[in-house]
Design a binder for this molecule. Structure first.
Ligand SMILES: C[S@@+](CC[C@H](N)C(=O)[O-])C[C@H]1O[C@@H](n2cnc3c(N)ncnc32)[C@H](O)[C@@H]1O
Length: 392
C-alpha cells in the first residue's frame, strides 16, 4: 500500500492499514476522532494475523469465508455468454478435508480473539455451510440460530437441472454454551419488524447497482461482494455503537464500511492486496451516521428492575385497585404488600397471572391492566412512570 494512496482516505475515523509482517505496520492516516481501538484493515492471512491480536477482544465477528464452490467447468447462459462465477484461487481447496482443516484453523483463531460474550455470524451456501456448521460445533461454539438470506434477485439455474439456488445460510453462534450475556437487540429488531418478533428468514437483493464496486473497465472488483443491508441487519441485531467488529475475510470491505456508518469499530483482514485496497478506499468514503440517528432501542432486559411493591408504595397503583386481563375474564385485587388476590388465591402479579391462564409462567406487567380515566392500560405503564420519576 502506498502512502500516496492513503492520502486519499478522506475519513473522520482513524484507519490503520497493516501489511503481512506486523513490524511493518504503518499508520497511513490519522484524524480527529479519538477512539480507544483504531479501525484497522490488515493485509494478510487471517489465521496468521489473528494470532498476533490480543485474546478476548471482539464483540462481534462476521465471517464470509471461501465457499469452496468446486466449479468443474465454466458456466454459460443460454445465449452462450459466460457466467461471472467465483473461480478465484482463494476459493479452491484440494479436498473436503483440506477445507475442513482450513475451517477448523480459522474458527479456532477467531474464537480466541472473541470476547467471552461475543458472537459470530458465518455465511455460506450449500457448498460449505454444513461443513462449517459441524466444525464450529466441534470447536465448542454454540449455535443460536441459522438464518436464511432469501435473495430477491437470485441467478437462475441456467441448465434447468436443479432448483434456482435462491438463498444463503448464516449461522449465528456464541463462543460457548455458557456465554449467556451476548448482545441481541431484541426490542430494536422487533420494532423494526412492525412490532412482530424478527424472524430467521431475511429477504434482501444481492449486491447490484451503485453499491457494487466496479473497476475502471466496469468489471466487478470482487466476485462475492455482500449487500450492505444484510451486514447492517447483523450489526444492528448483535452489536452496539462503539463495539469492536472483526471480519477475517474482508474482501471488498462491506463489513468495515457498514461498521463505520453505524459507528461500530472494526478490524478487517484480507489476504488479497487488490481487494484490501478497494476496501480501504471504500471505507474512507463512508460518513458515520449522526449518533442520534442510530436509533438505539433500550433493551427491556437492561432496564432497571422494579418490583410491583415499589410501584404500589410510590402510590402509582393503590391497594384495593382491581386489575383485569385484556379479555376482562379475570379480576384481581391489589394488596398493600405488593401481592394480588383472586378469592383465596394470592401471590405475585406473575404467579397469579400464570395460575389463571393455566400456564407455567406469565409476565404480569403486560398481562394485567388497570382502569384509568383514558381507558385500560397495562400496569407496565405505571412501572415506566416509576422509572421516570424515581432516581436509579
Ligand atoms: C467470500 S469473500 C468475502 C467477500 C466480502 N464479504 C465482501 O462483501 O466483499 C472471501 C474473501 O476472503 C479472502 N481470503 C481467503 N482466504 C483468506 C485468508 N486465509 N486470510 C484472509 N483473507 C482470505 C479472499 O481473498 C476473499 O476476498
Amino acid at each position: 500500500m502506498r502512502i500516496a494512496h492513503a492520502e486519499s482516505l478522506g475519513s473522520k475515523s482513524q484507519i490503520k492499514v497493516s501489511r503481512t509482517e506486523p513490524s511493518k505496520a504503518r499508520r497511513l492516516h490519522a484524524v480527529s476522532t479519538v477512539r480507544t481501538v483504531e479501525d484497522e484493515i490488515i493485509i494478510g492471512d487471517c489465521i496468521e494475523r489473528l494470532a498476533s491480536l490480543p485474546a478476548d477482544t471482539f464483540d462481534l465477528v462476521f465471517a464470509d469465508p471461501p465457499y469452496n464452490l468446486q466449479l468443474e467447468s465454466s458456466l454459460t447462459r443460454p445465449d452462450q455468454s459466460m457466467v461471472d462465477a467465483v473461480d478465484d484461487d482463494w476459493d479452491k481447496f484440494a479436498s473436503f478435508s483440506d477445507y475442513d482443516g482450513f475451517t477448523r484453523r480459522w474458527l479456532a483463531a477467531v474464537k480466541r480473539v472473541m470476547k467471552r460474550n461475543g458472537t459470530l455470524f458465518v455465511i455460506g451456501s450449500y457448498h460449505n455451510i454444513f461443513r462449517v456448521g459441524a466444525t464450529l460445533q466441534d470447536e465448542g461454539f454454540w449455535i443460536l440460530n441459522d438464518i436464511v438470506w432469501r435473495k430477491a434477485n437470485p441467478m437462475p439455474n441456467f441448465r434447468g437441472r436443479r432448483f434456482t439456488n435462491a438463498h444463503e445460510t448464516l449461522i449465528w453462534a456464541s463462543r460457548s454454551p455458557d456465554a449467556k450475556s451476548y448482545t441481541f437487540n431484541y426490542e430494536a429488531m422487533k420494532a423494526a419488524n412492525d412490532d412482530c418478533q424478527m424472524r430467521s428468514d431475511w429477504f434482501f437483493p444481492i449486491c447490484t447497482g451503485t453499491e457494487r464496486l466496479k473497476d475502471d473497465a466496469g468489471r466487478k472488483v470482487h466476485p462475492t461482494q455482500k449487500p450492505e443491508a444484510l451486514i447492517a441487519r447483523i450489526l444492528l441485531a448483535a452489536s452496539k455503537p462503539g463495539d469492536l467488529v472483526l471480519d477475517p475475510f474482508l474482501g471488498s470491505g462491506t463489513t468495515a464500511a457498514v461498521a463505520k456508518r453505524l459507528r461500530r469499530r472494526f478490524v478487517g483482514i484480507e489476504r488479497d492486496p487488490v481487494y484490501a485496497r478497494a476496501a480501504i478506499e471504500r471505507v474512507a468514503a463512508v460518513e458515520p451516521l449522526a449518533t442520534e440517528l442510530l436509533g438505539e432501542t433500550p433493551s427491556k432486559r437492561a432496564e432497571r428492575r422494579v418490583s410491583f411493591l415499589s410501584v404500589v408504595e410510590a402510590g402509582l397503583i393503590r391497594p384495593g385497585e382491581m386489575l383485569s386481563d385484556a379479555g376482562r375474564r379475570h379480576q384481581v385485587q391489589v394488596r398493600a404488600d405488593g401481592t394480588v388476590a383472586l378469592g383465596a388465591i394470592a401471590g405475585s402479579i406473575h404467579k397469579v397471572g400464570a395460575l389463571v391462564q393455566g400456564l407455567p409462567s406469565c409476565n404480569g406487567w403486560t398481562f394485567w391492566q388497570r382502569r384509568t380515566p383514558a381507558g385500560f392500560e397495562a400496569i407496565d405503564a405505571a412501572r415506566e412512570r416509576f422509572r421516570a420519576v424515581s432516581p436509579a
